[in-house]
Design a protein around this ligand. Structure first.
Ligand code: FES
Length: 240
């Protein structure tokens, strides 16, 4: 079928939505996400795209409407297109992540490691832009306050669903990076404040005592084909 006929048929059977990508007008089928709509419109989405499932945070996107210029935020792989949506891709957020060695950061009474790593945390004046921007609806400003008090546990709880898209940092007038601060808090909590699981400790001990040496040596000598076969035939824990 000729392309124009196919397009005509598609338009007849599917409700088409008017969208604008970087100012250019397109029609795309209702129900597509911003990401799939971009591809439908002919864009090759190879930057600002990862898991396509709302987990990796690579697809932070801003959009508005022709009748409402307020900037809104979303993950492009999750947000469905709407009539008269104006889409602007934001493929990359420059961000400065503190460089640290977790081993040097044991939490101590009276020392807020997060403030040491991110001193501008103290400049938050509570505008709440970060919370309004978060596509995961997290209480970002709340966990920034928790971070300021050095409450790693609270930051962990409130930021658990963060996908590291960086949109919160993009909107902070003080240049604070809530997502990186929360990541540091979760790492500190995991390293120092959570008891190590006994089964892990037991397994590490077994490895150190050489329990698996023979098997590991055999694996090292295996061909790629053999490794692939063993991988495909491995025992998989049933899903709960
Ligand atoms: S592509 Fe991974 S969150 Fe959207």
């Amino acid at each position: 079928m000729a392309a124009d006929k196919l397009e005509e048929k598609t338009e007849r059977e599917t409700k088409m939505v008017d969208v604008y990508v970087m100012g250019k007008h397109y029609k795309a089928p209702e129900g597509l996400t911003i990401q799939t709509a971009l591809e439908y419109c002919g864009y090759n989405v190879i930057r600002g795209c990862g898991c396509r499932a709302g987990f990796c945070g690579a697809c932070g996107t801003i959009y508005s409407f022709t009748y409402d210029l307020t900037i809104k935020y979303a993950l492009a792989c999750q947000k469905e297109i709407e009539q008269n949506m104006v889409i602007m891709q934001v493929p990359f957020f420059p961000s400065i992540e503190a460089i640290y060695d977790l081993g040097d950061l044991e939490p101590e009474e009276g020392k807020n490691r997060l403030l040491e790593l991110y001193p501008n945390l103290i400049t938050c004046f509570g505008c709440n832009n970060c919370t309004k921007t978060c596509p995961q609806d997290l209480l970002v400003m709340d966990f920034v306050s928790d971070a300021l008090r050095g409450d790693y546990e609270k930051v962990y709880e409130k930021s658990f669903d963060c996908v590291m898209c960086g949109l919160c940092a993009a909107r902070c007038p003080q240049g604070i990076q809530p997502y990186n601060i929360a990541l540091a808090a979760r790492r500190l909590r995991g390293s120092y404040l959570t008891p190590a699981p006994q089964h892990n400790l037991d397994r590490v001990k077994e490895i150190e005592e050489g329990k698996f040496d023979v098997e590991l040596e055999a694996l090292k000598k295996s061909s790629e084909t053999e490794l692939r076969r063993r991988y495909a035939e491995r025992e998989i824990e049933p899903a709960l």
